[in-house]
Write a protein that binds this ligand. Structure first.
Ligand code: MLT
Length: 302
């Protein structure tokens, strides 16, 4: 019998796959396997019998992967299982930012109680005029499952797309539309983009990759989307660029005290993977990985 600790709520569609060889617990003590979403496990104490951790999601920055490697604990994630959900939110972000929708909605709340709201609305029409994404260039930084999915969808919407990834996998190369060029460096990418969307993991070398130096390479009036990880963007540098108009909008699902309410910033909660479908997909994949490893010693991370 294996004890599986569930940290966070894991979709029952995944948990139901566990056979009667498994007992679920919310307690780490005595666990052989862990199913986790975004709960911070960095300073958590592990049971001495812990064998594997399955992260129902893409990023593993909440898991002490180095410590796990030292202790022989296998860590899985579920690449691709929530890619469609994130892609759809990124597409929403492109439209929200380009058409000034959040400001326009906030403005229209101000019409509550206005006796002639329909007439007042005419004013908003010019105030919130936006731009179209068709024909504009989107730079996709990071070509994992999510980046590839965003790139292909944006191209289908009529955007020109350029990809950037120094470590592109064969699978990504196979899945990426063959009309999308890929450049190896940000220096080659940034000067050519009207929009960029970031899809790289948070690591020492990606921390603060969008900063004053890289922003300086961008076209004036660019819209930057970050639905990946907060640490990838230097907030102070981004706010300074928004203040000068170098960056027109920064759209992210990582709100913090520095960013919320600031001119040009569109913040939403970390909603990228928060759909029923993505939660089910991630839970199923993570549960399968855990069972296959515990029972058969197989490592399947795709
Ligand atoms: C991921 O890493 O899969 C997404 O950021 C969503 C999440 O935090 O689970």
């Amino acid at each position: 019998m294996y004890n599986i600790a569930t940290l966070n709520k894991i979709s029952p569609v995944g948990l139901d796959r566990l056979t009667d060889q498994y007992a679920l617990t919310e307690d780490m003590a005595g666990s052989h396997g862990v199913l986790v979403r975004s709960q911070d496990m960095l300073s958590m104490e592990f049971a001495k019998d812990l064998i594997a951790i399955a992260r129902a999601g893409a990023g593993v920055n909440n898991i002490p992967v180095d410590r796990c490697a030292e202790e022989g604990i296998v860590v899985f994630n579920t690449p691709g299982a929530n890619a469609n959900a994130v892609k759809e939110l990124v597409l929403a972000g492109l439209f929200l930012g380009s058409r000034n929708i959040p400001d326009a909605i906030t403005w229209s709340y101000g019409l509550v109680g206005n006796e002639d709201a329909a007439k007042a609305v005419e004013k908003g029409k010019s105030q919130f005029a936006g731009r179209e994404i068709q024909g504009k260039t989107l730079g996709v930084i990071g070509l994992g499952a999510i980046g590839v999915s965003v790139a292909n969808a944006a191209e289908k919407l009529g955007m020109k797309v350029i990809g950037n990834d120094p470590y592109m996998t064969l699978r990504a190369a196979h899945n990426l539309s063959n009309t999308i060029p890929v450049v190896r460096t940000l220096e080659e990418l940034l000067p050519n983009c009207d929009y960029i969307s970031i899809h790289v993991p948070a690591m020492e070398k990606t921390k603060g990759m969008i900063n004053a130096d890289t922003i300086a390479l961008m076209k004036t009036g660019i819209i930057v989307l970050n639905f990946s990880r907060d640490k990838l963007v230097n907030d102070e540098d981004m706010l300074a660029a928004l203040a000068t108009g170098k960056v027109q909008k920064y759209i992210t699902d990582f709100p913090n005290n520095k960013l919320v309410g600031k001119e040009g910033v569109i913040c939403i909660p970390h909603l990228g993977a928060s759909t029923e479908e993505a939660e089910d997909n991630c839970a199923v994949m993570a549960t399968n990985q855990l069972m296959d490893y515990l029972e058969n010693g197989n490592i399947t991370n795709s």
